[in-house]
Write a protein that binds this ligand. Structure first.
Ligand code: G4P
Length: 530
């Protein structure tokens, strides 16, 4: 099903999405089941290490060390029925919100996973807000229905009230906790029963001819059937019916109930992503928007991962194709530097293995190994000077000075920091006066991850120290005015890794003063990646 019959069928069948959830709601388990259904992995358990690694801080560091795991999970492609799914992983920890934001610029929809016993948790809410900024369609999966959970109406109400979005039930659970036997699929009038004995079995569908069908009573015990029928009646009265356009606009979310660990509800959710996905959307760019069906290939970098193999300092730029049909070996123009790049060894991420991508279509995510030319926000085209917009770089909220444990290694540190800055793992500022660097992050844990990666990947122990500054703002204005401003405020000025001027302070008062005293200058908390 597509709303765009004019799209080439290969593009129309693509669904590129991310999963948003609070840690422990079941994202890893659900991902695993997607891959299992998609035939991408043979056995559940292969992406498990990741979920477990997320439990504790030290384990999380271990995961960061074990680059292989987190990398293969960055983007995964699999087929199910008529669709090609591209699942883009969002970093699990709240400290990586910036990375998450950028990831969400590369998808067309999000699946929100909530734990049926816990409802909407803090991290879910934050991620939801980011999706809302982009008007992304959101499909909801209420997980762990095999355990004691909240009342169905309570869950739906909580989502509606907490997130201010209309909720329409796509399925309705029958029984709860130990009594949970399955769901009624309201979209297809089917009964889906859960098999507790075999967790990897695709649930059995039973065709039902509406809720009056006597077949229902053959499969649902009487003590569950009656309350279920009452609830359904109430649901139909109280909850809005499915409005496909509202789902696409991001103002309504369909909800499925299930149990990822039991592979239950997963199939319906996948079908839902196919139905309401939607297909690859246009990408905003200057001087014009890019449509997926354009025959010329274009794409943009939303993530860079360095040191995937510590022996080679290679990096992989994750590119979302915005338009066209890409073939391996194509020459694309790197718009920022205007240089041609032959894309000879692009990678498609098929579950746990990287594979050479012979071809890819608008909507797909490909990995391009490179030596640092490709940065976050870069656009690739077949020659036209287009620049994808809307990939922001946020002002860091925490700043610290950083020094090499061994002062002789300062140059090495600079190189390492620049690499991480390009990867988007941290902001790196070089003060105009004095030596050393200031590193800026959005969450404390990023300092730890950064320290451990510099030590591991560059053999360089580092020390973080308090910085006199707490805020960083990019300085915009006519070139002369910026230069004059920088000279007059040297002790507050740093340069970021692109050489752009940044004003640092610990006082809001300073920021207000600059805005008052320098009418030509504006300070901003974000900078669009160039
Ligand atoms: P996350 O990636 O969102 O952090 O969650 P993850 O999938 O790792 O799941 C968190 C915990 O919830 C895991 O248990 C997992 O087995 C469990 N879980 C996932 N789906 C379901 C479900 O449908 N029903 C029930 N009852 N549990 C579910 P754990 O004990 O932390 O790990 P493990 O020992 O099972 O691996």
């Amino acid at each position: 099903m597509t709303n765009r019959p004019d799209l080439p069928p290969e593009i129309a069948r693509r669904r590129t999405f991310a999963i948003i959830s609070h840690p422990d709601a079941g994202k890893t388990t659900l991902t695993e089941k997607f891959l299992l259904y998609g035939g991408a992995i043979q056995m559940a358990g292969q992406v498990r290490a990741k979920g477990e690694a997320r439990r504790t801080r030290s384990d999380f560091m271990q995961m960061e060390k074990d680059r292989g795991i987190s990398v293969s999970a960055s983007a995964m492609s699999f087929d199910y029925k008529d669709f090609r799914y591209n699942l883009v992983d969002t970093p699990g920890h709240s400290d990586f919100s910036e990375d998450t934001y950028r990831t969400l610029t590369a998808v067309d929809a999000a699946v929100m996973v909530i734990d049926g016993a816990k409802g909407v948790e803090s991290q879910t809410r934050k991620l939801f807000e980011v999706c809302r900024l982009r008007d992304l369609p959101i499909l909801t999966f209420c997980n762990k229905m095999d355990r004691e959970s909240r009342e169905t109406f309570e869950i739906v109400d909580e989502i509606q009230e907490n997130l201010a979005i209309d909720v329409t039930p796509a399925s309705w659970p029958i029984g709860m906790g130990r009594d949970f036997i399955g769901c009624y699929d309201l979209l297809r009038d089917r009964l889906e029963l859960m098999d507790r004995a075999d967790r990897n079995k695709v649930a059995e569908s039973i065709e039902i001819n509406g809720l009056d069908d006597p077949k229902l009573a053959e499969h649902v015990p009487a003590h569950l059937l009656e309350p279920f029928l009452e609830e359904i009646e109430m649901a139909r009265e109280l909850l809005p019916p499915l409005d496909v356009q509202a789902v696409l606009d991001g103002t309504m979310t369909p909800i499925w109930f299930g149990s990822a660990i039991n592979s239950f509800g997963v199939k319906e959710l996948m079908e839902g992503i196919g139905d309401f996905g939607p297909e690859p959307q246009p990408t905003s760019a200057t001087p014009r928007q890019i449509s997926p069906e354009e025959t010329k290939v274009s794409g943009f970098v939303f993530k860079v991962q360095a040191n995937m193999d510590p022996k080679h300092r290679d990096r992989v730029a994750f590119v979302r194709l915005a338009s066209g049909h890409f073939n391996r070996g194509m020459k694309l123009t790197h718009v920022r530097t205007k240089k041609p790049m032959a894309i000879s060894n692009p990678v498609l991420f098929l579950a746990s293995d990287r594979e050479l991508a012979e071809e890819a279509w608008a909507g797909d995510i490909i990995g391009i190994p490179n030596h640092g030319q490709l940065r976050i926000g870069d656009t690739l085209t077949e020659g036209e000077a287009l620049k994808v917009t809307g990939i922001p770089s946020f002002a860091p909220e925490l700043l610290q000075g950083v020094r090499a444990g061994d002062p002789m290694k300062a140059k090495h540190l600079e190189k390492a920091l620049m690499q991480f800055a390009e990867e988007g793992a941290a902001k790196v500022f070089k003060p105009m006066i004095g030596s050393g660097f200031i590193v800026g992050v959005v969450g404390q844990l990023q300092f730890e991850v950064l320290g451990s990666r510099i030590e591991m990947e560059y053999g360089l122990p580092v020390r973080f120290e308090a910085s006199q500054f707490t805020s960083a703002r990019w300085v915009h204005g006519p070139k002369d005015a910026v230069e004059k401003f920088a000279q007059a405020n040297k002790q507050h000025i740093s340069y970021d890794n692109d050489g752009d001027v940044v004003y640092m302070t610990r006082l809001q008062w300073d920021i207000d003063r600059v805005e008052r005293d320098y009418p030509e200058i504006t300070l901003s908390a974000t900078k669009e990646m160039m």
